[in-house]
Design a protein around this ligand. Structure first.
Ligand code: BG6
Length: 509
């Protein structure tokens, strides 16, 4: 069976705003190429890249070909065919008139698609341009399409805080209907993130224990072993809370915590996710001081190489108080999760790259095996990346005399299913937008609910100078004080290793 074969979407042109940017080269074009390679694009299809830089179509094609070949080294022939589908149009996004010319250019794509075609606008620019591009598309009449659909994909971050997210939603709604807007969070496009839903809702064995009666706490970690690379200017105005926690990690939490939807219809799924966000207990300013830890990496040496501190990075203020690490403890006030603490943390320049969500189960009510009191709790680990898969950790008898308990793992690794193509997040999401499936995209209300939850943290950090930002040496697991968040005797954060079944400070990374 060819598992890669999907329904072919209807003809369409994807117009990428911000086509000279890093995201287009590193993620969008390779994802569209992979769809092309798998024969999952429509017969009539074109990409029109647009940005302010002046390139000819040929120059743009050769740059994109190079970008594709960086990812798919042995696909030169097919990359050549793919490049023929790419076009370029230079424009100033703030110039209204340019959008009328853009409209003519889109229609002139003739042979590939042209008039009678469906349109997807992809906003991959700096977020400050999202409003003006939307308004100008509307003024040029590009928001309606009498002969097909027009959809708009908006990159993250969607807003900078609650107020700006509400404003952006309001502005976009004056031009596009909610059904036309696809707010992207690439984490939802990850196969392993979607697998959280399948694990929970396709198996009868997990549901009965997936609640406050059996779960002691839930832990989510997203660590990166890189710094901010060349994104100082963006990152210094963003920080880990906005860049990762408000978006990717809260999404993951909603999937871990949501109730089973009544169907897999996009609104049914998204309604349940929204309810989780609406049930997050708001933090008071005092809670922020106690339950949220922020950190910033400082210069260090990692495996013999010098790594500069965050404040020494290009584009970063030398007195910056922007966090490159954030950890938070919070509660979801509903029947399923009442009283169960959730701990999430994320950071740059940590020892390894890993994203995982862990359900820690309660210990048995009365532990019989005295020799093994230190045995860790039962854990169900969902590894999002790398070494994608799941592990269930539980105790078994160590062979021999007495009753010594030993922790063992039952694990599944995606890499073991070698004959299946696992789509990259952007590949999946761009395809879903083409076929009009918005399940894995964010609805306006969910985006606002997530900002509503982080707003008190943003405020407290901005207003209360006593809230410390802790330095942590690059290459470590963040500030030590974050350990204090995890309560209870012998409970610590997990220290994930390269292999999903292992953990510990000294394991292979
Ligand atoms: C992006 C953030 O959204 O996600 C980056 O802006 C971060 O700072 C990236 O590095 C992480 O994505 P992934 O897929 O590599 O986990």
């Amino acid at each position: 069976m060819d598992t890669n074969k999907m329904t072919k979407p209807d003809n369409c042109v994807i117009i990428i705003f911000g086509a000279s940017g890093d995201l287009t080269k590193r993620k969008l074009i390779p994802a569209i190429f992979e769809l092309f390679k798998q024969d999952n694009l429509p017969e009539k299809f074109a990409v029109l890249g647009t940005a302010s830089s002046e390139f000819t179509d040929d120059e743009f094609r050769s740059q994109m070909k190079e970008a594709v070949l960086k990812v798919f080294q042995d696909s030169a022939d097919i990359a050549e065919k793919f490049a023929a589908k790419l076009n370029y149009y230079a424009m100033d996004f703030k110039n209204e008139q340019a959008y009328n010319d853009l409209a003519s250019r889109i229609k002139s794509l003739g042979g590939t698609c042209g008039s009678g075609c469906n349109y997807i606008f992809y906003l991959a620019t700096v977020p400050s341009l999202f409003e003006s591009i939307s308004i100008n598309l509307g003024k040029a009449g590009l928001n309606v399409n009498t002969s097909g659909f027009t959809r708009i994909i908006v990159e993250k971050p969607f807003g900078y805080d609650l107020e700006s997210a509400i404003k952006l939603n309001n502005v976009m709604h004056t031009v596009f209907t909610e059904e036309q807007i696809y707010r992207i969070d690439h984490y939802l496009g990850k196969e392993t993130v979607q697998n959280v839903l399948v694990t929970r809702f396709a198996n009868g064995i997990f549901e009965p224990v997936w609640n406050r009666n059996y779960v002691h706490h839930v832990e989510v970690t997203s660590a990166e072993n890189i710094g901010i690379e060349n994104r100082g200017a963006y990152y210094d105005g963003s920080g880990a809370l906005r860049d990762m926690l408000q978006s990717h990690l809260l999404r993951l939490v909603t999937l871990m915590a949501m109730e089973p939807p009544s169907s897999f219809d996009s609104d049914a799924v998204r309604n349940e996710q929204l309810k989780v966000l609406q049930s997050l207990r708001q933090l008071t300013p005092e809670d922020v001081e106690k339950q949220v830890i922020r950190g910033q990496y400082i210069a260090s040496s990692i495996r013999g190489s010098f790594v500069k501190g965050y404040r020494e990075e290009k584009g970063v203020d030398t007195n910056s108080r922007t966090e490159t690490y954030a950890a938070i403890k919070f509660y979801i006030d509903n029947w399923r999760w009442g009283g169960v603490p959730f701990y999430i943390r994320t950071g740059k320049h940590m020892p390894t790259r890993v994203t995982e969500a862990v359900i820690h189960f309660k210990k048995t009510p009365h532990f019989l095996f005295k020799e093994s009191r230190d045995i860790s709790d039962n854990q169900f680990i969902m590894r999002i990346q790398p070494d994608e898969g799941v592990v269930l950790k539980f105790g078994m008898k160590e062979p021999g005399k007495g009753f010594k308990v030993h922790n063992v793992n039952m694990d599944f690794h995606y890499k073991d299913i070698s004959n299946i193509h696992i789509p990259e997040a952007y590949e999946r999401l761009i395809y879903d937008c083409m076929v009009g499936d918005s399940t894995l995209f964010l609805r306006a209300d969910a985006v606002e609910a997530a900002w509503r939850f982080v707003e008190p943290i943003q405020k407290a950090w901005a207003e209360n100078e006593n809230i410390k930002i802790y330095g942590y040496p690059a290459g470590t697991w963040g500030p030590d004080v974050a350990d204090n968040l995890i309560e209870g005797e012998k409970r610590t954060w997990r220290y994930p290793c390269k292999n999903l079944a292992d953990d510990g400070i000294y394991c292979e990374l």
